[in-house]
Design a protein around this ligand. Structure first.
Ligand code: GDP
Ligand code: MG
Length: 467
C-alpha cells in the first residue's frame, strides 16, 4: 500500500527573517511572535525551547515533525512508543521537502507552545497540542475560559519548537548564518546541532561565540546555556561507534579532544565549550532509508527503515526535560519575547556584536523578568482584596499594599540576577514606583466602589422612607 499524499496543515511561523526592510539585517515579526508567546494560560509557564540548527537540507524540519508527533500524542502512547504513528500517515507540521533549494529561512516557531511536564512531574492533557485543525477548533468552541485556566495551572512547562535557517548557504553571508545560529542558541534550552555524516572540524566554528560569552557569564555556578546536542544524521560507521547516545558519547569525546595541530581558535572552542553548556551530548542517527530520495516521499513510517524508527524512539522522548534557564532562573514563555526583541536589535545594529553587548542585554532582560515576577505577586495579593464583596477604607488598603509590596520585594530579592549591583538597585526603585502607581489606581477604583455602595444604600433608604 502506498502512503497518502502529503498535505500541509498548520506550518511553522516565521518570526525572524533575514534581510528586513529599511536596511535591517533581520526582521522580527513582533505580531507573529506575540501570537505564539503571549497566549493566555501559556505565557506564564516556564519555557522549554528546543531548537534545531544546521546546514540546509539536513532533515531538520523533518525530524522536528517527529518531535511534534511525540508531543501531541496522548501520554500512554508516548510511553508505549505508539506515538510514532501509523504506517501510512504522511509526516506533517514544519514544512520539509526534497530538492536542492533552501526551504526555511531565519527562525520559525511552531505556532502553539505545547503544554506538558518534565519527566519528574505529572503529565496533563493539552487542548492546544493538536496538529489537527478540526480537533483544535472543537476545543476552542467547547471549552470555556475557566476550564482553560484549570488545565494550565496543573501543567508545568510549555515546549516551543524552533526551526532555523541552514548554515552556509550560498545566499547568506557567514556572519548572517552564525547570527541565526547564535540567536537560536541564546534563546533555546536545547540546541540540536544537526550535522550530516560526521562532526567535522569546521562544524565547531559557529560555537566560537559561545565560548567567549560563556567565559563572561559563568562567574557563578550556573552555566550560560543548557544542552547542546550534536545530532549526526546518516551515521554510517555503527561498528566503530554504535547508533544512538552511547556511540554518540564516544564519538564526541574523540572529536572534542584537543590536539597540537588543530586550528588554535577551534582548539580553544574545544577547551572552553564545556564551561558554557550544562550538558553536551551527541546522538548518531542511522540513514532513514532510500525512500527519502524519491520525489513522492511523504515521510510516512512505512517508508522508513526499522533502525531509523528505533532510534527515533530513543532520541525523541529524551529532549523535552530542560526548562530554559538564564542565570539559573526559569524563563517564562512571555519573557522570551523580550529576549527575541533585544537580540535581534543587537544583531541589526552590529554585524558581529561584542559578547559584552549581548551579555548586558541578557542581564537587563533578566532584571526585567525578575521585576515582572514581583509585580505579578503584588497583583495576586491585591486583586482579591480589591475585588472582594466590600470596599475598603484607605487605611486597610494601605496595609494591604504594604504587605503585598513586601512580598513582591521578597520575590525580587530571591530571583537570581545578572548585572551590576547598581542596575539591580535601580530596577528595584523602578519596581517600587510601579507598585506605588498601582496603589493609586486601586485607591481610585476602591473610592468609586465606596461611592457606588453609598449611592445604592441611599437609594434603598429613600425607597424605604417613601414607602
Ligand atoms: P532542512 O532544510 O534541514 O529542514 O531539511 P528538510 O527537513 O526539509 O529535509 C530535506 C530532505 O532530506 C527531505 O527530502 C527529507 O526527506 C530528507 N531527509 C530527512 N531526514 C533525513 C535523514 O536523516 N537523512 C537523509 N539522507 N535525508 C533525510
Ligand atoms: Mg527546514
Amino acid at each position: 500500500m502506498s502512503c497518502a499524499s502529503k498535505s500541509a496543515a498548520i506550518a511553522g511561523v516565521p518570526v525572524v527573517r533575514p534581510g528586513g526592510g529599511g536596511g535591517a539585517r533581520y526582521e522580527l515579526d513582533e505580531e507573529a511572535l506575540r501570537r505564539v508567546l503571549l497566549r493566555p494560560g501559556v505565557q506564564e509557564l516556564p519555557a522549554v525551547v528546543v531548537s534545531v540548527a544546521g546546514a540546509y537540507r539536513g532533515g531538520k524540519s523533518f525530524i522536528l515533525d517527529f518531535f511534534l508527533r511525540y508531543l501531541t500524542a496522548p501520554p500512554p502512547s508516548q510511553l508505549s512508543g505508539e506515538w510514532l504513528g501509523i504506517e501510512d500517515e504522511p509526516l506533517k507540521g514544519f514544512h520539509w521537502r526534497g530538492g536542492a533549494e533552501r526551504d526555511t529561512t531565519g527562525i520559525h516557531l511552531w505556532p502553539e507552545p505545547i503544554v506538558t511536564t518534565t519527566s519528574n512531574g505529572e503529565k496533563v492533557g493539552n487542548p492546544y497540542t493538536s496538529c489537527n485543525l478540526k480537533m483544535h477548533f472543537f476545543w476552542l468552541t467547547h471549552t470555556n475560559v475557566t476550564n482553560t485556566v484549570v488545565t494550565y495551572t496543573k501543567a508545568n512547562v510549555a515546549v516551543l519548537l524552533m526551526d532555523t535557517q541552514g548554515t552556509f548557504y550560498s545566499d547568506s553571508t557567514i556572519a548572517q548564518n552564525s547570527a541565526i545560529f547564535a540567536l537560536s542558541t541564546f534563546i533555546s534550552s536545547v540546541q540540536i546541532y544537526n550535522l550530516s555524516g560526521n562532526i567535522k572540524e569546521d562544524d565547531l566554528q559557529p560555537l566560537q561565540l559561545f565560548t567567549a560569552y560563556g567565559k563572561l557569564a559563568c562567574e557563578g555556578d550556573d552555566k550560560a546555556f543548557q544542552t547542546l546536542l550534536f545530532l549526526v544524521r546518516d551515521w554510517a560507521s555503527p561498528y566503530e561507534h554504535a547508533h544512538g547516545y552511547c556511540g554518540g558519547a564516544t564519538l564526541l569525546s574523540k572529536r572534542l579532544q584537543s590536539k597540537p595541530n588543530q586550528n588554535p581558535e577551534l582548539r580553544e572552542v574545544r577547551e572552553h565549550i564545556r564551561s558554557c553548556f550544562d550538558s553536551i551530548k551527541c546522538f548518531l542517527m542511522p540513514h532513514p532509508g532510500h525512500a527519502v530520495e524519491k520525489q513522492n516521499f511523504t515521510g510516512c513510517l512505512r517508508e522508513l527503515t526499522e533502525k531509523f524508527r528505533l532510534k527515533l524512539l530513543e532520541l525523541v522522548p529524551s529532549l523535552f526535560d530542560t526548562p530554559k534557564l538564564i542565570n539559573g532562573e526559569r524563563v517564562r514563555v512571555q519573557d522570551l519575547f523580550d529576549y527575541f526583541r533585544k537580540y535581534v536589535d543587537i544583531y541589526n545594529s552590529d554585524e558581529a556584536p561584542e559578547v559584552t553587548t549581548i551579555y548586558k542585554a541578557t542581564a537587563d532582560i533578566c532584571l526585567l523578568a525578575a521585576s515582572r515576577a514581583a509585580s505579578s505577586v503584588y497583583a495576586a495579593c491585591m486583586e482579591p482584596r480589591i475585588n472582594g464583596p466590600r470596599s475598603l477604607s484607605r487605611r486597610v488598603l494601605a496595609d494591604a499594599h504594604a504587605a503585598a509590596r513586601a512580598n513582591a520585594e521578597k520575590v525580587y530579592a530571591q530571583k537570581k540576577k545578572l548585572g551590576s549591583q547598581t542596575d539591580v538597585q535601580d530596577r528595584l526603585q523602578e519596581l517600587i514606583k510601579e507598585l506605588q502607581a498601582s496603589l493609586s489606581h486601586y485607591e481610585l477604583s476602591n473610592d468609586a466602589n465606596v461611592r457606588k455602595t453609598v449611592s445604592l444604600a441611599r437609594k434603598a433608604y429613600d425607597t424605604a422612607v417613601s414607602n
